[in-house]
Design a binder for this molecule. Sequence first.
Ligand SMILES: Nc1ncnc2c1ncn2[C@@H]1O[C@H](COP(=O)(O)OP(=O)(O)OP(=O)(O)O)[C@@H](O)[C@H]1O
Ligand SMILES: Cc1ncc(COP(=O)(O)O)c(N)n1
Length: 283
Amino acid sequence: MGLPVAQPGSVPKRVLTIAGSDSGGGAGIQADMRTFALLGVHGCVAVTAVTVQNSLGVSGFEEISPQTVAAQIDTVAGDIGVAAAKTGMLASAPIIEAIVEQCGRSGIGRDASVPLVVDPVCASMHGNQLLADSALDTLRHKLFPLATVVTPNLDEVRLITGIEVTDADSQRDAARALLDLGPRWALVKGGHLRASDRSPDLLYDGEHFIELSHERIDTPHDHGAGDTLAAAIASALAHESPVPEAVGFAKDWVTRCLAAAYPLGAGHGPVNPLWRLRAGPAD
Ligand SMILES: Nc1ncnc2c1ncn2[C@@H]1O[C@H](COP(=O)(O)OP(=O)(O)OP(=O)(O)O)[C@@H](O)[C@H]1O
Ligand SMILES: Cc1ncc(COP(=O)(O)O)c(N)n1
């Protein structure tokens, strides 16, 4: 399993993550950079916030100024160049506004040359808030229309659309409501449907519903699963995979990372892209 790896002497694809830092190393930009590296793309970073976080939760965070967030995107896109981008924790409405304006200037977004994956992180898995309530409208009406694909979990779906997903029908309703906000594709992740023995995600483009369902891995160590999925989607898009193939690839990737997850600290350990190092080149 993998994407084409740049041969010695050639330059790997570059992928930009616009997200928060996780001091515990399990989620946020640290998770994104691990997946980028293990998938053979070069990761670039626009940090939005620095969280104080461990396996038990997020005890605080400090935001980066909107100007500095935009400047990071500008300086990377203008010089290094990126083939895909993704967003994670964005913290506030002014930061989202700065990102939307800069992405427009840098050619990043659904109708531009660089695809954008929007993972609308609202809270950590421990329930700690990572996006201000006052930023929800900006997320919905300014960032979503720029997205090639949005990847909310079920809590984020409820906050963004008001729809409580409990089964396949409500998951379809949620996908339609998300599409109405303007992204090219919506992926409604089913990782939080814990009663199921599957982990069913639903991808929708306004015409076709594509179900991506894998067996549920029985582990409490799923910190960073959402970031890892979105980072893998962006990596595949950078290689010009069509969205359904990119999401299918990423779903396989995150499932294997969940199966290899390890405990850290007294709480939830991280999903583990490092399984790839053990697999060898022919896998
Ligand atoms: N226990 C599990 N077994 C298999 N797949 C899972 C499991 N939990 C989550 N997934 C998958 O991992 C991806 C991330 O899903 P999830 O719904 O947990 O997102 P998330 O809440 O944003 O992730 P996280 O908060 O853990 O970073 C989805 O593809 C989902 O189906
Ligand atoms: C900086 C940052 N970004 C994203 C998450 C979400 O990940 P999770 O839902 O696994 O806590 C997080 N906890 N911290």
